[in-house]
Design a protein around this ligand. Structure first.
Ligand SMILES: O=C(O)CCC(=O)C(=O)O
Ligand SMILES: [Fe+2]
Length: 355
């Protein structure tokens, strides 16, 4: 993820409005490029998955990276999972590289595969996500589907989850700061399906105002309460336009699971009443295979970032090797050129003479 860096010199002159709470699905859809599904999984599956991930979380770690001249540690635990049937979605070596990029350039053990409850949940979520995408406007650089897919119904599959990042927030003070998700393996205009389990937390988002509008309007902050078993789908353009976070809270609602843990599970290391598990189901795009990602002068994979301030549908490949190298990167950047780099197919075909 890209953590919000030091503010740039351009000052916001328009006063910032107070935060707005988006308490239901219609408000979320009205103000943001997200959809909220309040109760997504059968209740027993949601509970089983919660316990499974709480059990897994005892092995999760806190991500670490250099921020300027300081080594910082993530204020929550996380882990990375790939779907068992890699099939056409890459081999172990590709996944090792994707995992390394996810952990800010640290070499990690190979990721785990989806536990069975997560696989079951993923199938349900994929159907809901594809139904939502079918109703929406598509953006030019969104993934256009697998041209070699021949199985029945393949044309209706806009999105599939082939990996997931999972987070555990143990108590009200564990958080994630404002960021947008890195696009290196997801490509432009990704869809990310975010499942919440356990104690409710507030998901906060704030639009990044483009430079040409900075004197006219101020960024609005939105708070979306995410209860147990809710699914927030971050649709195309969310990562390009908004930053998101899970802020600290002064108090938590205690979560009372409707079903007890399966007797085969060992005693949990975290208190289910005050923990939140988040699973973000993601689609690593085959046209952003790690071997096609430009390398910087440090010899590392670069990171794909949107140009959030200019909004000219422009993306940069930038050096982030400094995340691991005591803050010292090579400063490399270049504009992504989808044609020269052979990316695609895209959801919307644009005129090559007109872009
Ligand atoms: O916990 C959440 O809902 C957000 C997690 C997140 O932003 C991320 O994993 O990138
Ligand atoms: Fe995120």
């Amino acid at each position: 993820m890209d953590v919000l860096r030091a503010p740039e010199s351009i000052k916001q002159s328009v006063p910032r409005p107070p935060p707005l709470t988006l308490a239901n699905a219609s408000m979320v859809a009205l103000y943001t490029p997200c959809t909220l599904h309040q109760s997504i999984l059968p209740p027993e599956l949601a509970c089983n998955l919660f316990y499974t991930m709480l059990d897994e979380a005892r092995h999760w770690s806190r991500n670490k990276w250099w921020l300027f001249d300081r080594l910082v540690e993530s204020p929550h635990r996380s882990a990375f999972y790939t779907r068992s049937a890699h099939g056409k979605d890459g081999d172990d070596e590709a996944w090792r590289k994707i995992t390394k990029a996810w952990y800010n350039g640290r070499d990690m053990d190979p990721p785990g595969v989806f536990p069975s409850a997560m696989e079951e949940a993923c199938k349900i979520i994929e159907t809901v996500v594809n139904a939502e995408i079918r109703k929406r406007q598509r953006y030019p650089l969104e993934w256009g589907g697998d041209p070699s897919a021949t199985e029945p119904g393949a044309k209706d599959v806009f999105w599939r989850a082939n990996f997931a990042a999972s987070n555990c927030y143990d108590g009200a003070k564990e958080t994630v700061g404002f960021h947008s998700d890195r696009l290196t393996s997801l490509g432009p205009y990704p869809t990310i399906a975010s499942l919440s389990l356990g104690t409710p937390r507030t998901f906060r988002l704030r639009e990044v105002i483009p430079i040409d509008q900075i004197d006219k309007r101020a960024a609005q902050t939105y708070n979306i309460p995410l209860p147990h078993n809710s699914l927030l789908i971050m649709h195309a353009s969310m990562q390009e336009r908004f930053k998101h976070s899970i802020p600290p809270q002064s108090a938590l609602d205690r979560f009372r699971p409707a079903f007890p843990p399966h007797p085969s599970l060992p005693a949990l290391s975290f208190d289910p009443a005050t923990c939140r598990i988040n699973i973000t189901f993601r689609f690593y795009r085959p046209d952003f295979h790690p071997d096609t990602i430009p390398r910087c002068k440090c010899g590392e994979m670069t990171t794909l970032r949107p140009d959030m301030k200019q909004r000219e549908f422009r993306y940069w490949w930038t050096c982030t090797a400094g995340d691991q190298n005591e803050g010292k990167g090579c400063g490399f950047w270049k504009v992504m050129d989808v044609r020269a780099e052979g990316r695609g197919p895209f959801a919307v075909v644009t005129d090559p003479n007109n872009s």
